[in-house]
Ligand binder design. Structure first.
Ligand SMILES: [Zn+2]
Length: 76
């Protein structure tokens, strides 16, 4: 199990996000951001908007880099 923070996943806070795989971590991060947005958090809304402004290529590159770096993250 690895851990990182919301902020390190282009989010907006220091909430800890854990996952066994990059896919699981990305999914949990997405859920966290959605929950925060639903509770009306402006910072997370802005984080999502900035992610949406990246091109598809940039988003894919970010995800590839995230997957490559996943196993060097701290153990949870
Ligand atoms: Zn967050």
């Amino acid at each position: 199990m690895k851990k990182t923070t919301c902020r390190d996943l282009r989010g907006a806070c220091d909430a800890e996000i854990q996952g066994e795989t990059p896919e699981e971590m990305a999914e949990k991060s997405k859920q966290h951001v959605m929950e925060m947005m639903q509770s009306g958090d402006e910072d997370h809304k802005a984080a999502v908007e900035s992610m949406m402004q990246l091109s598809k290529e940039e988003q894919e590159k970010w995800y590839e880099d995230f997957k490559k770096g996943f196993y060097s993250l701290q153990d949870a």
